[in-house]
Write a protein that binds this ligand. Sequence first.
Ligand code: 5GP
Ligand code: ZN
Length: 134
Amino acid sequence: MFKALAFHWFAKFSALKATMTDSCIFCKVINNEAKATVVYRDEEVTAFRDLHPVGPVHILIVPNKHIQSVNEMEEGDKSLVGHMVFTAKKIAAQEHIAEGGYRLIMNTGPNGGQTVFHMHLHLIGGDRMKHPMG
Ligand code: 5GP
Ligand code: ZN
């Protein structure tokens, strides 16, 4: 009995480990192993303030599951990404930047400027963007 239970927990833990990268800073934030100012959390996503904000409001909306980038997204992740955008919309209202407008960005790969390889959506607002895209 104990052996079966122990095996069950080991299998569960291994499955969880397999979905995250030990060295991934965003996985650590999600698992409360690294500090961040979390502004929203649910079963699917965690949202926290960017360490180096480029605007008055700069929040990262991150899936709780480790997906490296948009390139690694699977068919089954489509609704998760919709949930990330909808969460950004709700946080924008909470942060009082909805009316003035904001920018949502998902950098992908080196050419896209991605530096943290756990897919995330930037919500940036509170001021007029000084730079066009590109
Ligand atoms: P990327 O360049 O991959 O699109 O965006 C990564 C973002 O994560 C950057 O804006 C960077 O400032 C932010 N960042 C990197 N490390 C940390 C961290 O440890 N904590 C928080 N809150 N943000 C981080
Ligand atoms: Zn991760």
